[in-house]
Ligand binder design. Sequence first.
Ligand SMILES: Nc1ncnc2c1ncn2[C@@H]1O[C@H](COP(=O)(O)OP(=O)(O)OP(=O)(O)O)[C@@H](O)[C@H]1O
Length: 379
Amino acid sequence: MAIDKAAILERLKTVMDPELHRDIVTLNMVTNVAYCDGLADITVTLPKSAAGIKEMLEGRIREALRELNLAKVEVSFAYRLTAAEQEAATANGGGQEQAEEQAEQSPQDVARASNPLPSVKHVIAVGAGKGGVGKSTVSVNLAVALARSGAKVGIMDGDIYGPSLPTMLGTDKLELKTIGNMIVPFEMHGVKVTTIGALVEDDKPLIWRGPMAHGAFKQLATQTDWGDLDYLIIDLPPGTGDVPLTLSQLLPLAGAVVVCTPQKVAQDDAVRALKMFEQLDINILGVVENMSYFIGNDGVEYDIFGRGGAEMMAQENGVPFLGSIPINMGLRKNSDAGDPTANFEDSKLGEELMNVAKRLTHQVSLSGPEDWTPSISIS
Ligand SMILES: Nc1ncnc2c1ncn2[C@@H]1O[C@H](COP(=O)(O)OP(=O)(O)OP(=O)(O)O)[C@@H](O)[C@H]1O
Protein backbone atom coordinates (compact mmCIF):
# COMPACT_ATOMS: atom_id res chain seq x y z
CA MET A 1 0.00 0.00 0.00
CA ALA A 2 1.36 3.40 -1.00
CA ILE A 3 1.83 5.62 1.99
CA ASP A 4 1.22 9.31 1.64
CA LYS A 5 -0.34 12.19 3.55
CA ALA A 6 -3.86 11.15 2.52
CA ALA A 7 -3.33 7.61 3.82
CA ILE A 8 -2.12 9.00 7.14
CA LEU A 9 -5.11 11.33 7.39
CA GLU A 10 -7.43 8.40 6.65
CA ARG A 11 -5.97 6.53 9.63
CA LEU A 12 -6.19 9.63 11.83
CA LYS A 13 -9.91 9.77 11.10
CA THR A 14 -10.24 6.67 13.32
CA VAL A 15 -8.87 8.57 16.33
CA MET A 16 -11.76 9.88 18.42
CA ASP A 17 -11.73 12.79 20.83
CA PRO A 18 -12.70 11.24 24.20
CA GLU A 19 -15.11 14.07 25.10
CA LEU A 20 -16.76 14.89 21.80
CA HIS A 21 -16.81 11.37 20.35
CA ARG A 22 -15.81 12.70 16.94
CA ASP A 23 -12.61 12.11 15.07
CA ILE A 24 -9.73 14.52 15.42
CA VAL A 25 -9.58 15.25 11.66
CA THR A 26 -13.23 16.34 11.47
CA LEU A 27 -12.69 18.43 14.58
CA ASN A 28 -9.84 20.27 12.79
CA MET A 29 -7.42 19.25 15.51
CA VAL A 30 -4.88 17.85 13.02
CA THR A 31 -3.21 21.04 11.86
CA ASN A 32 -0.23 19.55 10.06
CA VAL A 33 0.77 16.22 8.52
CA ALA A 34 4.13 15.79 6.84
CA TYR A 35 5.44 12.53 5.40
CA CYS A 36 8.75 11.55 3.87
CA ASP A 37 10.58 8.26 3.51
CA GLY A 38 8.78 6.40 6.28
CA LEU A 39 8.84 9.35 8.66
CA ALA A 40 5.53 10.98 9.59
CA ASP A 41 5.35 14.25 11.46
CA ILE A 42 1.94 15.14 12.89
CA THR A 43 0.85 18.29 14.69
CA VAL A 44 -2.31 18.29 16.76
CA THR A 45 -3.71 21.60 18.01
CA LEU A 46 -5.87 21.54 21.13
CA PRO A 47 -7.61 24.20 23.20
CA LYS A 48 -5.33 24.93 26.15
CA SER A 49 -7.95 23.56 28.50
CA ALA A 50 -7.74 20.14 26.80
CA ALA A 51 -4.01 19.74 27.44
CA GLY A 52 -4.81 16.88 29.83
CA ILE A 53 -5.84 14.52 27.01
CA LYS A 54 -2.53 14.94 25.15
CA GLU A 55 -0.94 11.63 26.27
CA MET A 56 -4.10 9.67 25.60
CA LEU A 57 -4.44 11.18 22.11
CA GLU A 58 -0.80 10.51 21.30
CA GLY A 59 -1.29 6.85 22.27
CA ARG A 60 -4.38 6.58 20.10
CA ILE A 61 -2.62 8.23 17.15
CA ARG A 62 0.35 5.83 17.36
CA GLU A 63 -2.02 2.89 17.63
CA ALA A 64 -4.03 4.08 14.59
CA LEU A 65 -0.88 4.49 12.48
CA ARG A 66 0.62 1.14 13.47
CA GLU A 67 -0.82 -0.71 10.46
CA LEU A 68 1.06 1.63 8.08
CA ASN A 69 4.38 0.27 9.42
CA LEU A 70 6.04 3.66 9.43
CA ALA A 71 9.69 3.83 10.39
CA LYS A 72 9.12 6.75 12.72
CA VAL A 73 6.14 8.81 13.92
CA GLU A 74 6.61 12.22 15.53
CA VAL A 75 3.55 13.67 17.26
CA SER A 76 3.69 17.22 18.53
CA PHE A 77 1.03 19.34 20.19
CA ALA A 78 0.22 23.01 19.86
CA TYR A 79 -2.29 24.89 21.95
CA ARG A 80 -4.94 27.29 20.84
CA LEU A 81 -5.64 30.26 23.11
CA THR A 82 -9.15 31.60 23.57
CA ALA A 83 -9.65 35.30 22.74
CA ALA A 84 -9.56 36.14 26.48
CA GLU A 85 -6.31 34.19 26.98
CA GLN A 86 -4.72 35.94 24.00
CA GLU A 87 -5.70 39.30 25.42
CA ALA A 88 -4.31 38.35 28.82
CA ALA A 89 -1.04 37.15 27.25
CA THR A 90 -0.74 40.44 25.35
CA ALA A 91 -1.58 42.48 28.44
CA ASN A 92 1.15 40.66 30.37
CA GLY A 93 3.68 42.23 28.03
CA GLY A 94 5.70 40.53 25.35
CA GLY A 95 3.10 37.78 25.12
CA GLN A 96 1.73 38.78 21.75
CA GLU A 97 4.30 37.03 19.64
CA GLN A 98 3.91 33.88 21.66
CA ALA A 99 0.12 34.12 21.46
CA GLU A 100 0.26 34.62 17.70
CA GLU A 101 2.59 31.69 17.33
CA GLN A 102 0.27 29.47 19.32
CA ALA A 103 -2.98 30.68 17.79
CA GLU A 104 -3.88 28.32 14.97
CA GLN A 105 -6.85 28.79 12.68
CA SER A 106 -9.77 27.71 14.82
CA PRO A 107 -13.26 27.07 13.33
CA GLN A 108 -14.26 30.52 14.62
CA ASP A 109 -11.24 32.14 12.92
CA VAL A 110 -12.47 30.62 9.66
CA ALA A 111 -16.02 31.89 10.31
CA ARG A 112 -14.82 35.38 11.24
CA ALA A 113 -12.82 35.62 8.02
CA SER A 114 -15.79 34.81 5.80
CA ASN A 115 -18.76 36.03 7.85
CA PRO A 116 -21.82 35.42 5.62
CA LEU A 117 -24.12 37.55 7.85
CA PRO A 118 -22.34 40.88 8.27
CA SER A 119 -25.59 42.73 9.04
CA VAL A 120 -26.17 40.62 12.16
CA LYS A 121 -24.33 42.08 15.15
CA HIS A 122 -24.42 39.21 17.62
CA VAL A 123 -25.11 35.55 16.89
CA ILE A 124 -25.98 33.57 20.02
CA ALA A 125 -26.29 29.77 20.01
CA VAL A 126 -28.51 28.10 22.60
CA GLY A 127 -27.53 24.51 23.31
CA ALA A 128 -28.09 21.78 25.87
CA GLY A 129 -26.40 18.52 26.76
CA LYS A 130 -29.65 16.62 26.29
CA GLY A 131 -33.19 16.96 25.00
CA GLY A 132 -36.23 18.09 26.94
CA VAL A 133 -34.52 20.51 29.32
CA GLY A 134 -36.23 23.54 27.76
CA LYS A 135 -33.65 24.73 25.26
CA SER A 136 -36.26 25.81 22.68
CA THR A 137 -38.40 27.39 25.41
CA VAL A 138 -35.41 29.42 26.61
CA SER A 139 -34.40 30.36 23.02
CA VAL A 140 -37.89 31.63 22.19
CA ASN A 141 -38.36 33.56 25.42
CA LEU A 142 -34.91 35.12 25.25
CA ALA A 143 -35.63 36.26 21.70
CA VAL A 144 -39.00 37.77 22.70
CA ALA A 145 -37.49 39.37 25.84
CA LEU A 146 -34.73 41.01 23.77
CA ALA A 147 -37.27 42.22 21.19
CA ARG A 148 -39.54 43.62 23.93
CA SER A 149 -36.57 45.67 25.08
CA GLY A 150 -36.22 47.33 21.70
CA ALA A 151 -33.60 45.18 19.98
CA LYS A 152 -33.93 43.84 16.43
CA VAL A 153 -34.02 40.11 16.94
CA GLY A 154 -34.12 37.00 14.78
CA ILE A 155 -34.43 33.36 15.80
CA MET A 156 -33.49 30.34 13.76
CA ASP A 157 -34.52 26.76 14.39
CA GLY A 158 -31.15 25.06 14.18
CA ASP A 159 -32.79 22.01 15.78
CA ILE A 160 -33.17 20.48 12.35
CA TYR A 161 -33.96 17.04 13.79
CA GLY A 162 -36.90 18.14 15.94
CA PRO A 163 -37.97 21.72 15.23
CA SER A 164 -40.17 23.12 18.01
CA LEU A 165 -40.23 26.77 16.97
CA PRO A 166 -43.25 26.55 14.61
CA THR A 167 -45.44 25.43 17.53
CA MET A 168 -43.86 27.67 20.15
CA LEU A 169 -44.04 30.83 18.03
CA GLY A 170 -47.29 29.99 16.26
CA THR A 171 -45.89 29.83 12.72
CA ASP A 172 -47.00 26.23 12.14
CA LYS A 173 -50.02 27.17 10.04
CA LEU A 174 -48.24 29.86 8.04
CA GLU A 175 -46.77 29.43 4.61
CA LEU A 176 -43.16 30.31 4.02
CA LYS A 177 -42.42 32.87 1.32
CA THR A 178 -39.29 33.19 -0.75
CA ILE A 179 -37.99 35.98 -2.93
CA GLY A 180 -35.51 34.71 -5.47
CA ASN A 181 -33.44 32.18 -3.55
CA MET A 182 -33.92 33.96 -0.21
CA ILE A 183 -36.34 32.89 2.53
CA VAL A 184 -38.51 35.70 3.89
CA PRO A 185 -38.62 35.12 7.66
CA PHE A 186 -41.94 35.13 9.53
CA GLU A 187 -42.42 38.05 11.90
CA MET A 188 -44.00 36.84 15.14
CA HIS A 189 -44.01 38.42 18.61
CA GLY A 190 -41.63 41.11 17.37
CA VAL A 191 -39.07 38.52 16.22
CA LYS A 192 -37.99 37.35 12.75
CA VAL A 193 -38.29 33.57 12.58
CA THR A 194 -37.02 30.93 10.23
CA THR A 195 -37.34 27.21 10.78
CA ILE A 196 -36.73 23.98 8.94
CA GLY A 197 -40.24 23.03 10.12
CA ALA A 198 -41.66 25.30 7.43
CA LEU A 199 -39.71 23.52 4.71
CA VAL A 200 -40.64 19.92 5.47
CA GLU A 201 -43.88 18.04 5.82
CA ASP A 202 -45.47 17.78 9.28
CA ASP A 203 -45.09 14.38 11.00
CA LYS A 204 -42.34 13.28 8.62
CA PRO A 205 -39.29 11.96 10.50
CA LEU A 206 -36.34 14.28 9.95
CA ILE A 207 -33.37 12.06 9.26
CA TRP A 208 -30.30 13.89 8.07
CA ARG A 209 -26.94 12.39 7.32
CA GLY A 210 -23.95 14.55 8.25
CA PRO A 211 -23.51 16.41 4.91
CA MET A 212 -27.29 16.91 4.57
CA ALA A 213 -27.50 18.34 8.10
CA HIS A 214 -24.63 20.65 7.25
CA GLY A 215 -26.35 21.80 4.03
CA ALA A 216 -29.78 22.31 5.60
CA PHE A 217 -28.36 24.31 8.48
CA LYS A 218 -26.16 26.43 6.24
CA GLN A 219 -29.00 27.16 3.83
CA LEU A 220 -31.37 28.18 6.60
CA ALA A 221 -28.81 30.50 8.20
CA THR A 222 -27.43 32.15 5.09
CA GLN A 223 -30.41 32.11 2.73
CA THR A 224 -32.79 33.87 5.10
CA ASP A 225 -33.24 37.56 4.48
CA TRP A 226 -32.55 38.66 8.07
CA GLY A 227 -31.87 42.32 7.31
CA ASP A 228 -30.14 44.25 10.11
CA LEU A 229 -30.29 42.43 13.44
CA ASP A 230 -28.89 43.15 16.87
CA TYR A 231 -29.24 39.52 17.92
CA LEU A 232 -29.74 36.27 16.06
CA ILE A 233 -30.62 33.42 18.42
CA ILE A 234 -29.93 29.92 17.11
CA ASP A 235 -31.74 27.04 18.80
CA LEU A 236 -29.36 24.09 18.39
CA PRO A 237 -30.27 20.40 18.48
CA PRO A 238 -29.58 18.78 21.86
CA GLY A 239 -26.23 17.10 22.47
CA THR A 240 -22.92 17.32 20.68
CA GLY A 241 -23.46 16.50 17.01
CA ASP A 242 -22.82 17.76 13.49
CA VAL A 243 -24.76 21.02 13.75
CA PRO A 244 -22.62 22.80 16.37
CA LEU A 245 -19.54 21.87 14.35
CA THR A 246 -21.10 23.30 11.17
CA LEU A 247 -22.18 26.42 13.04
CA SER A 248 -18.73 27.00 14.52
CA GLN A 249 -17.19 27.04 11.04
CA LEU A 250 -19.99 29.06 9.43
CA LEU A 251 -20.86 32.01 11.67
CA PRO A 252 -18.77 34.10 14.04
CA LEU A 253 -20.54 33.84 17.36
CA ALA A 254 -20.85 36.20 20.29
CA GLY A 255 -21.10 32.92 22.19
CA ALA A 256 -23.28 30.11 23.44
CA VAL A 257 -25.86 29.74 26.17
CA VAL A 258 -26.22 26.30 27.77
CA VAL A 259 -29.60 25.36 29.21
CA CYS A 260 -29.65 22.88 32.06
CA THR A 261 -32.12 21.60 34.64
CA PRO A 262 -30.85 21.33 38.22
CA GLN A 263 -30.46 17.52 38.52
CA LYS A 264 -27.00 15.95 38.66
CA VAL A 265 -27.63 13.85 35.54
CA ALA A 266 -28.59 16.96 33.56
CA GLN A 267 -25.50 18.78 34.82
CA ASP A 268 -23.18 16.02 33.58
CA ASP A 269 -24.62 16.36 30.07
CA ALA A 270 -24.45 20.15 30.24
CA VAL A 271 -20.75 19.96 31.15
CA ARG A 272 -20.21 17.93 27.97
CA ALA A 273 -21.94 20.72 26.00
CA LEU A 274 -19.73 23.33 27.68
CA LYS A 275 -16.64 21.35 26.74
CA MET A 276 -17.84 20.98 23.18
CA PHE A 277 -18.27 24.75 22.79
CA GLU A 278 -14.87 25.30 24.37
CA GLN A 279 -13.24 22.90 21.93
CA LEU A 280 -14.92 24.65 19.02
CA ASP A 281 -13.48 27.94 20.35
CA ILE A 282 -16.98 29.27 21.06
CA ASN A 283 -17.24 31.64 23.99
CA ILE A 284 -19.62 30.54 26.77
CA LEU A 285 -22.01 33.39 27.57
CA GLY A 286 -23.55 31.49 30.44
CA VAL A 287 -25.77 28.78 31.86
CA VAL A 288 -29.54 29.09 32.37
CA GLU A 289 -31.18 26.89 35.00
CA ASN A 290 -34.58 25.90 33.66
CA MET A 291 -37.32 24.20 35.70
CA SER A 292 -35.46 25.51 38.71
CA TYR A 293 -38.36 25.41 41.17
CA PHE A 294 -42.15 25.35 41.27
CA ILE A 295 -44.54 27.73 43.00
CA GLY A 296 -47.58 25.81 44.27
CA ASN A 297 -51.11 27.17 44.65
CA ASP A 298 -50.19 27.61 48.32
CA GLY A 299 -47.57 30.18 47.23
CA VAL A 300 -44.74 27.97 48.53
CA GLU A 301 -41.67 27.44 46.30
CA TYR A 302 -40.86 23.74 45.87
CA ASP A 303 -37.35 22.75 44.74
CA ILE A 304 -38.51 19.68 42.83
CA PHE A 305 -35.29 19.01 40.93
CA GLY A 306 -32.83 20.51 43.43
CA ARG A 307 -32.77 24.25 42.73
CA GLY A 308 -29.30 25.72 42.36
CA GLY A 309 -27.69 22.60 40.83
CA ALA A 310 -27.03 24.22 37.46
CA GLU A 311 -25.77 27.40 39.10
CA MET A 312 -23.28 25.36 41.09
CA MET A 313 -22.21 23.54 37.94
CA ALA A 314 -21.66 26.91 36.20
CA GLN A 315 -19.57 28.10 39.13
CA GLU A 316 -17.49 24.91 39.19
CA ASN A 317 -16.78 25.29 35.48
CA GLY A 318 -15.93 28.97 35.72
CA VAL A 319 -18.70 30.16 33.39
CA PRO A 320 -21.31 32.88 34.04
CA PHE A 321 -24.74 32.03 35.44
CA LEU A 322 -27.54 33.87 33.65
CA GLY A 323 -30.43 33.02 35.96
CA SER A 324 -33.22 30.60 36.81
CA ILE A 325 -36.60 30.00 35.22
CA PRO A 326 -39.25 28.27 37.34
CA ILE A 327 -41.51 25.41 36.28
CA ASN A 328 -44.59 27.31 35.26
CA MET A 329 -47.80 25.85 33.91
CA GLY A 330 -48.57 29.04 31.98
CA LEU A 331 -45.19 28.85 30.27
CA ARG A 332 -45.95 25.34 29.03
CA LYS A 333 -49.46 26.28 27.94
CA ASN A 334 -48.29 29.43 26.15
CA SER A 335 -45.56 27.41 24.38
CA ASP A 336 -48.11 24.87 23.17
CA ALA A 337 -50.39 27.72 22.05
CA GLY A 338 -47.60 29.58 20.21
CA ASP A 339 -48.01 32.66 22.39
CA PRO A 340 -44.76 33.51 24.23
CA THR A 341 -45.86 37.15 24.56
CA ALA A 342 -48.34 35.96 27.21
CA ASN A 343 -45.39 34.84 29.42
CA PHE A 344 -44.49 38.48 29.94
CA GLU A 345 -47.96 39.30 31.23
CA ASP A 346 -47.24 37.12 34.30
CA SER A 347 -45.23 39.58 36.38
CA LYS A 348 -43.02 37.09 38.25
CA LEU A 349 -42.26 34.91 35.22
CA GLY A 350 -41.87 37.95 32.97
CA GLU A 351 -39.37 39.46 35.39
CA GLU A 352 -37.31 36.26 35.55
CA LEU A 353 -37.20 36.06 31.75
CA MET A 354 -36.24 39.73 31.36
CA ASN A 355 -33.49 39.29 33.97
CA VAL A 356 -31.96 36.38 32.07
CA ALA A 357 -32.02 38.48 28.87
CA LYS A 358 -30.44 41.41 30.70
CA ARG A 359 -27.56 39.29 32.01
CA LEU A 360 -27.14 37.79 28.56
CA THR A 361 -26.75 41.20 26.88
CA HIS A 362 -24.23 42.10 29.57
CA GLN A 363 -22.17 38.99 28.78
CA VAL A 364 -22.42 39.70 25.04
CA SER A 365 -21.08 43.20 25.61
CA LEU A 366 -18.09 41.68 27.43
CA SER A 367 -17.46 39.04 24.79
CA GLY A 368 -16.58 40.96 21.66
CA PRO A 369 -14.31 43.67 20.42
CA GLU A 370 -14.86 47.07 22.06
CA ASP A 371 -17.10 48.38 19.29
CA TRP A 372 -19.53 45.52 19.91
CA THR A 373 -21.55 47.37 22.52
CA PRO A 374 -25.10 46.07 22.88
CA SER A 375 -27.62 48.32 21.24
CA ILE A 376 -30.14 48.07 24.06
CA SER A 377 -30.25 48.31 27.79
CA ILE A 378 -32.85 46.50 29.83
CA SER A 379 -33.78 48.04 33.16
N1 LIG B 1 -39.88 26.23 32.84
C1 LIG B 1 -40.81 25.47 32.31
N2 LIG B 1 -42.03 25.32 32.88
C2 LIG B 1 -42.99 24.54 32.33
N3 LIG B 1 -42.83 23.85 31.20
C3 LIG B 1 -41.63 23.95 30.57
C4 LIG B 1 -40.58 24.77 31.08
N4 LIG B 1 -39.52 24.67 30.22
C5 LIG B 1 -39.91 23.84 29.24
N5 LIG B 1 -41.16 23.40 29.44
C6 LIG B 1 -41.92 22.47 28.61
O1 LIG B 1 -41.15 21.29 28.47
C7 LIG B 1 -41.26 20.74 27.16
C8 LIG B 1 -39.85 20.62 26.54
O2 LIG B 1 -39.33 21.93 26.36
P1 LIG B 1 -38.46 22.31 25.09
O3 LIG B 1 -39.08 21.79 23.83
O4 LIG B 1 -38.15 23.73 25.19
O5 LIG B 1 -37.17 21.44 25.41
P2 LIG B 1 -35.88 21.20 24.50
O6 LIG B 1 -34.75 21.10 25.46
O7 LIG B 1 -35.80 22.20 23.42
O8 LIG B 1 -36.21 19.79 23.92
P3 LIG B 1 -35.64 19.13 22.55
O9 LIG B 1 -34.24 19.58 22.41
O10 LIG B 1 -35.76 17.68 22.82
O11 LIG B 1 -36.52 19.66 21.45
C9 LIG B 1 -42.16 21.69 26.39
O12 LIG B 1 -43.47 21.19 26.45
C10 LIG B 1 -42.10 23.00 27.17
O13 LIG B 1 -43.29 23.76 27.06
